[in-house]
Each structure stands twice: as C-alpha cells, then as structure tokens.
Design a binder for this molecule. Structure first.
Ligand code: FES
Length: 243
C-alpha cells in the first residue's frame, strides 16, 4: 500500500502525548511519559474481531490464514466491510457513555472516533457514516476532526504503527539514520505498510521528548535514545509481542 504519510498525518502532538503513552526501551519506569494512560486504543492495536462483535456476522470473522499480501488485503477488506455493517454493542455502549456527559454531540467527536478506531484499527468511510448517524454529528464534521488528528487513521494501517519522530532535535541526534534503518529493515517507505500487514511506518513531527532523542512511538510506548543498532531488536520485539 503506497500513500503519502502526510495524508495520514495531521497530528496534534498534544494528542499524542496526552494520549498517555508509557515509555519503553531505554526509558525508566518513572519516566515522565510513563505516568500517562493510553487513551482508547488509539490504541489501534491488532484489529482483531472483538468478542462482542455482532453475532450475525461473527462466523465470517474467522479469517483464513493469508498466504500473500494480496490475500491479506482481501481478508482485511472483507472484515472492514463486515465491521462497517453496524456498530457493535460495545461501541454503542461506549458512545452512549460519552454522549450522556457531553454538552452537545460534536463535543465527543474525538473520543467517539477513538472508540471506533480502537475496535476496527482505523476509521473507514462506512464507519464514519455509522458513527455520524449514531451520535448525530455530520460526516463532514467528523471527517474534519479525523483528518486533523494524526492518530486517527482514515486509511487502513498495519497491526503496529511506527511513529519515529522526524523533528529537528531527533534528526540532529541520529533520527534520520534511525528512520532509514527502520525502512531498510521493513522494506517500506514512510506511509507504507509491510506486505504481512504487521507494520505501518508513519513518521511524526516533534513528539515532545527532545531530551530523549531520537524517539519513536510504537505499540503505545515511547521508545527513546534510539540508535541504528537497536532497531532490528526493537522491531523483532514488537513483532513478537504482537503475536
Ligand atoms: S524533535 Fe523528536 S521529540 Fe522533539
């Protein structure tokens, strides 16, 4: 999948960092980032089929083992279509909880998008439409919010999204080489997803941890003081943990 990562990213760094990402890697447990709590699943982790997924379509979620990127794409598209047919009970429950304490529906837009993404991995047009109908906020409004915030994905992403920082501080501390090493290791460019659908690479501007540069957000953690030599082990570890 080739796409400009600028298309995927319109980020608010505050959103990233207030998204409560604990630190990892060289980070100590008491690092400033560790006290934050991950938001939803911005949490776009493994978009596995949730337990409470509508029963009328549950059977088809037993996706066969894909043997090629083409098959994986088809399987994913099929799942997306099924996810798009209706909101799950868990989703509506979470949305109701948001709406009940909101002064007006549009106020929950970001959190509502997070609810959708947490369970589906990203926010498709169909999902946006379902959400719009449910919370009574126009599709255009929701889309403008979704495309403004970099951590809301409007296109399908891999199971793990790598966000290496491409800010100036990180670049001065070796970030350029680190990003090149990631691309080399995964054989993808920024904005692309690996054929096995495990990783999507989306660099972000300053992540607010310049003193720990170069840094990368991945799997809800901030990995800091990265070096080229750490990349292979880090990616292998992320892949292992995702299984
Ligand atoms: S430039 Fe990378 S965290 Fe600030």
């Amino acid at each position: 999948m080739t796409q400009s990562y600028e298309q995927l990213l319109r980020i608010s760094i505050q959103e990233v960092m207030s998204g409560d990402l604990p630190s990892n890697g060289d980070a100590s447990a008491d690092d400033q980032t560790s006290s934050r709590t991950q938001p939803t699943s911005a949490t776009p982790e493994k978009p596995a089929v949730p337990d409470d997924f509508p029963s009328n379509i549950s059977q088809s979620n037993s996706a066969p083992v894909a043997t090629s990127s083409e098959t994986l794409t088809k399987v994913r598209d099929k799942q997306v279509d099924e996810y798009s047919s209706q909101l799950s009970p868990c989703e509506t429950q979470q949305l109701d909880k948001l709406l009940v304490s909101a002064p007006y529906p549009a106020a929950v837009s970001i959190d509502a998008l997070k609810v959708i993404q947490a369970r589906r991995g990203w926010v498709s047009d169909a999902s946006l439409s379902l959400l719009s109908a449910y919370i009574k906020v126009t599709i255009a409004e929701l889309d403008s919010v979704a495309t403004f915030y970099n951590l809301i994905f409007r296109q399908a992403v891999g199971e793990i999204v790598l966000h290496p920082c491409d800010g100036i501080s990180c670049d001065l501390m070796g970030g350029i080489e680190v990003r090149a090493a990631i691309s080399q290791r995964l054989h993808i460019n920024p904005g692309e997803t690996t054929p096995d659908n495990h990783f999507t690479l989306i660099p972000l501007p300053c992540l607010g941890a310049c003193d720990k540069a170069p840094v990368m957000i991945a799997a809800k953690r901030v990995h800091q003081h990265l070096t080229v030599s750490k990349i292979a082990k880090l990616i292998d570890g992320l892949e292992e943990n995702s299984k």
